[in-house]
Design a protein. Structure first.
Length: 293
């Protein structure tokens, strides 16, 4: 029972750590389990029953991902407007005649925005999965699990509140820009702060950017995310498992093989055969196996 419990804890710990490989699985089986257990949407319905991140927790993670995406896209947009960086200035032109322009805003969203979004998603995941608590294979108390889940919910709610404010602020700034309703027109002092009061009066048309964002988010979740997950899973970026973070499945297959050999070494019956006598291996006073000379 003790051995079975240790293996169960290790299995749960590896699920929490987003494992690429489990013993006995083929390449395709590992890819299916990895997608089911880590995808933002598919994981809600198809995750493993023993997974520490439940369906409800995954819904909160999905909500947090939507919120941080809104937060970063609107924060960067307002930053460009406030600093007058020229968001529509082309950095690169593509296509025949250069009719496709990659602007400064796009580059910033795809680099800085995507990086922060990814770090946020992974952080919320590991907070809710209590990955650090499981790192050394010890027992994770219900109190620690509850603390991790509460912390994750709190972070998501604060992110959602701030993202909602930025959505309203962006619509307000677009409304004032279209109608020339600046503070100078009303006789007020110019407000040099980044955040301004929200003035809404233009209706739903000033929230059209939300539709574009949700289209981008759906494409990211159901097209780009599975593609990137598959690339990382294969280990191509990690030189077939040589680089730790990008090693993917090949690196974990090698680690599991080393673990299996080490485990077999210590659980197999240790027997010394000396002539006609057999001596069961025992532990010396320094806690080394008698077979380890």
């Amino acid at each position: 029972e003790r051995e079975a419990e240790a293996q169960r804890r290790r299995f749960v710990r590896r699920l929490a750590a987003r494992a690429y490989h489990f013993p006995g699985n083929s390449w395709f089986e590992d890819w299916v389990q990895y997608t089911k257990n880590t995808h933002l949407v598919f994981g809600i319905f198809f995750h493993h029953p023993l997974h520490p991140v439940t369906g409800k927790e995954r819904c909160i993670i999905l909500l947090g991902s939507v919120a941080v995406g809104l937060l970063m896209s609107n924060l960067i947009y307002l930053w460009f407007v406030e600093a007058d960086f020229g968001m529509h200035d082309p950095v690169l032109t593509l296509g025949p005649g250069g009719n496709i322009a990659i602007t400064k805003l796009m580059v910033t969203l795809w680099t800085l925005g995507s990086f922060v979004h990814t770090i946020f998603d992974l952080s919320i995941w590991h907070i809710k999965a209590c990955t650090l608590c499981r790192l050394f294979g010890g027992h994770v108390s219900d109190r620690a699990v509850k603390c991790g889940r509460s912390t994750g919910v709190t972070i998501v709610l604060f992110t959602l509140a701030f993202a909602t404010y930025l959505v309203l602020l962006r619509a307000s700034e677009d409304f004032k820009a279209m109608n020339g309703n600046d503070s100078t027109d009303t006789g007020d002092d110019t407000d040099d702060s980044f955040f301004h009061s929200v003035v809404l009066g233009g209706g739903a048309k000033y929230f059209d950017f939300l539709l574009g964002y949700f289209v981008e988010f759906i494409l990211a979740v159901f097209v780009y995310n599975p593609l990137i997950l598959t690339i990382v899973f294969t280990g191509i970026l990690g030189c077939d498992g040589r680089i730790p973070i990008l090693g993917g499945r090949p690196r974990e297959v090698a680690k599991e093989q080393r673990y299996a050999m080490k485990r077999q070494r210590y659980i197999m019956p240790q027997t010394l055969k000396l002539g006609d006598n057999e001596y069961e291996a025992d532990l010396w006073c320094d806690q080394k196996l008698a077979t380890n000379f």
